[in-house]
Design a protein around this ligand. Structure first.
Ligand SMILES: [Zn+2]
Length: 384
């Protein structure tokens, strides 16, 4: 048993506790939460803020060996071509980079991960259950003729994934309407998709123009079957995705009209991956608009192919640097509670009796009139 106290405990279930105490058992389960350490023995006190463990809602652990290999700020189409070019590597190198990346996530206070897989490469590591994973087995296939085959391969891969898995479409520009509808027919509880990561996706859906035409040409794919939709991708494909809860990842180019359409038609969680957005497109989503619209936001790191680290704090720092009025508590709701809600992970997300959320210590956080703000000086330490 441990009795942990800090200047503040942000539980995300109650008001922050000033000098409060959280008591956990040897498994990290919360036994009690107290307003004050007065009268208790053996209390460990920390300078700073205790908060729940983080949920990394979007990662591609299997791309960890690409760390530092791909050039930055070249745009998504070039990035995709580079991933294809550099992706293959010695399997031992792939496996050991996956293990290192997982260790990095654990040290950075991440307890649960929504992880995209195109292969079995991460399954050995996931079997160790060091972290809680939901594997999204991702299907690519813009040619409708190959839909059945691709889907059955993905269903087979998902059946081998440790812990929990669902089959999901990669992106609007890489999945045919037919394949979208076949995935929807699986009626899975949660799915994910890369949404509006680049302005090129909008050009392609609206007018069948832009850089994606070059990409298909490069792949030798005849896309004469695809007709311009006259509207943005999300307004076209979302109705093909069925009723399940959706994780929309990136949203860099989502307009207010897109957000309105999506919220009227679907149950969505919107995943921010700001460091990957800077790495690939050098652009951030309109986060203040998302807040104004009261969207359910979550945070992801994306992969080490498009990020220098796997750290939710580093993502929050980038958001805070760009939008200085967004306070820490607001971002912790995204990074902990909303992530746990999306995946249905009841043990995680908030510090409450009976849960086993993990505990992180944040230090060098500024407090101004009852609100907390992080900066590039803020640090994180995993406590439980
Ligand atoms: Zn991704």
């Amino acid at each position: 048993m441990r009795k942990l106290s800090a200047d503040w405990i942000i539980t995300l279930a109650h008001e922050p506790l000033k000098n409060g105490v959280v008591i956990i058992d040897d498994d990290g389960k919360v036994i009690n939460l107290l307003q004050s350490p007065v009268g208790l023995n053996d209390v460990e006190h920390f300078d700073g803020i205790l908060c729940p463990g983080f949920i990394n809602a979007h990662c591609h652990l299997e791309l960890s060996h690409l760390k530092g290999k791909l050039p930055e700020k070249t745009g998504l189409v070039n990035f995709i071509q580079n991933v294809q070019k550099f992706r293959s590597a010695d399997i031992q190198e792939i496996i050991s980079s996956i293990e290192r990346a997982e260790n990095e996530m654990r040290e950075n206070g991440i307890v649960g991960v929504g992880d995209i897989s195109n292969s079995e490469n991460t399954f050995l590591q996931k079997k160790k259950q060091n972290l809680h994973y939901h594997t999204f087995v991702e299907v690519f296939g813009f040619n409708p003729a190959s839909a059945e085959k691709l889907l059955s391969n993905s269903i087979e891969l998902a059946s081998k994934a440790p812990q929990e898995a669902t089959v999901v479409p990669h992106a609007p520009y890489s999945v045919s309407e037919k394949l979208f509808r076949q995935i929807a027919d699986l009626e899975q509880s949660i799915v994910s998709i890369h949404n509006q990561e680049t302005a090129e996706e909008g050009k392609f859906y609206k007018n069948k123009t832009g850089d994606f035409l070059k990409l298909y040409e490069g792949f030798g794919l005849d896309i004469s079957f695809f007709n311009a939709k006259g509207k943005n991708s999300i307004q076209s494909y979302l109705p093909w995705m069925g009723k399940g809860r959706k994780l929309l990842v990136h949203n860099t180019c989502s307009s207010e009209e897109d957000l309105n359409f999506a919220e009227d038609n679907s149950d969505n969680y919107w995943c921010l991956c700001p460091n990957a957005n800077i790495y690939i497109e050098n652009q951030l989503p309109d986060i203040p608009l998302f807040i104004q619209k009261k969207l359910k936001l979550v945070v992801g790191t994306d992969s080490l192919a498009s990020n220098h680290q796997l750290s939710i704090l580093a993502e929050m720092m980038t958001i805070a640097a760009a939008f200085s009025d967004i306070d820490l508590e607001t971002m912790l709701v995204w990074a902990c509670k909303n992530g746990a809600d999306f995946f249905g992970w009841n043990d995680f997300g908030t510090i409450e009796k009976g849960k086993k959320p993990g505990l992180n210590l944040l230090q060098h956080v500024r407090e101004t009139s009852g609100h907390f703000y992080i900066s590039e000086k803020t640090t994180i330490k995993k406590i439980a």
